[in-house]
Structures are given as C-alpha cells and as structure tokens.
Ligand binder design. Structure first.
Ligand SMILES: [Mn+2]
Length: 251
C-alpha cells in the first residue's frame, strides 16, 4: 500500500547571469500543485531571448495547469503544453519586428504518481539522480549531439567544436515543434535536475552527482552547480532546478 502513495515533491532553483554576459536569457518556473517544472534558455537579439524564454515558461505552466486533466494522459498534457508554448512564442515573434526570429530551448518535468515525465526541445537538459549516480535523461537537439549520435563525430571533437551552441530544434521559431518525451519510475530520494547549457558545458554527470550529493539542501545543490560553472568561466547564463521526490509524511 505504501508503494502506491504519492511522493512529496520539493524544489529549488537558481539562475545566474554568468561571468561574461550582460543579460540573462534563461528563465525557469514551476507549479508545485500541478507538479510541473520547467527551464528555458532563450535566444534572439536585444531582449528577444528573455522574452522567448519567459513567455514559453509562462505559457507552458498556464496551459498544463488548466483544462480537463482526466481527459488526457499526463504525457499528452505535457506534449500539448509544449506545442502550445511553441505557438504562443511564434505568434508573438510574428507580431513585433524586434522579436522576429526569437526562440528558446525548453526542458520540463511533470509527475504522474510514481513516474516522472520529461519533455525537451533543444539543448537544455534533464538529469536523473539516484543513489549518488547521475544519468542524462534527454538527448540534445543540437548539431554536435546529432553528429555524435550518427557516428560522424567523436565526443571529444564535439566538446571542442565551435558549433557547440548550434541547436537544431527550438520552441517558437516555427509554427510547429516536436518535443521528445521520456518517462521513468520514481523512488523516494530520487532527484531530477533541469538545467541550461551554461552548466552542462562545464559539468559532466559524475561532477553533477558529486556536487549535489555533497550539498545539504536542494538550494545549496543549485548554488554548488552554478559555482562550478563560474569557476570554469561561465561564458553563458546558468540555470539549475532540482526537484526531489520524498516519501509523504503520514497524516
Ligand atoms: Mn545557454
């Protein structure tokens, strides 16, 4: 019976402008009641990147939280909420000259009982932590990641490539987008990290695991990850969101 009880969810998130940029185009948001969590990394001239990422976060959370939850599975709701956010950012970009061409990556997680569902577009990532081991859940929609997956580029070449930030899918740049959806089972103590590429270019999965395990709280974990990126120069904005699943307290 205990196994069927819903898990309690805790969250912490931090974003940092990094060491080089003069603005922060990352955005994050969550709805604890709906158990939806999202990180976006925007792109576009002037303030368009911020607008794209903030709009995608807001539209995703609003769309996911509304409607007739019983009518659709959580996977479908997450998928449709991402495509809704895509349309909203795209429409906004078509309506204002200075926003034309803006877009954003998106990585989101929601909960369905003892399962976590993750959706992504672009190169913001989700990682899964259990028992001190960290694994990447999402697959980057980026030029170098696709080259590595097809076997035409080695991982070392990818890490040295000047094309590292070239993404192949983004929210808001076209009328339609296809998110990837992943699901996994949850145990008490599991942690999901949602993060922008401002962290992942400096910290691999074992480093992420070590820093989170050494932290006393989720907030300290987020700060330790950001500090790691900044220690390596943080040329990009850095955003980390840690979501932990815990056994619900007895009433
Ligand atoms: Mn970035």
């Amino acid at each position: 019976m205990t196994n069927e009880m819903a898990l309690k969810v805790q969250v912490a998130a931090l974003t940092d402008i990094g060491c080089v940029r003069t603005n922060n185009e990352d955005s994050f948001g969550y709805d604890l009641e709906a158990e939806l969590f999202v990180v976006c990394d925007g792109m576009g001239g002037n303030a368009a990147g911020e607008t794209a990422s903030a709009t995608a976060v807001q539209e995703l959370v609003e769309e996911f939280s509304r409607g007739e939850p019983s009518a659709r599975t959580r996977e479908e709701r997450l998928y449709e909420s991402i495509t809704h956010a895509n349309r909203a950012v795209y429409r906004m970009s078509q309506g204002q000259e200075e926003l034309r061409g803006m877009g954003t990556t998106l990585v989101a997680a929601c909960v369905d009982g003892r399962r976590v569902i993750v959706g992504n577009v672009g190169d913001s990532r989700a990682y899964f932590l259990r028992g001190g081991v960290c694994a990447q859940i999402t697959r980057d929609h980026s030029f170098v990641a696709e080259q590595v997956r097809s076997g035409s580029m080695k991982q070392e070449e990818a890490e040295a490539s000047p094309l590292q930030s070239l993404i192949t899918r983004a929210v808001g740049v076209g009328e339609a987008v296809e998110p990837d959806i992943f699901t996994g089972s949850l145990e008490a103590g599991d942690i999901v990290l949602l993060t922008s590429d401002g962290l992942t270019r400096y910290a691999d999965a074992p480093t992420i695991a070590r820093l989170i395990v050494a932290s006393g709280t989720l907030n300290e974990g987020c700060q330790a990850l950001i500090d790691e990126a900044k220690r390596h120069g943080a040329v990009d904005n850095v955003t980390c969101m840690l979501v932990q699943f815990l056994e619900a307290e007895e009433q």
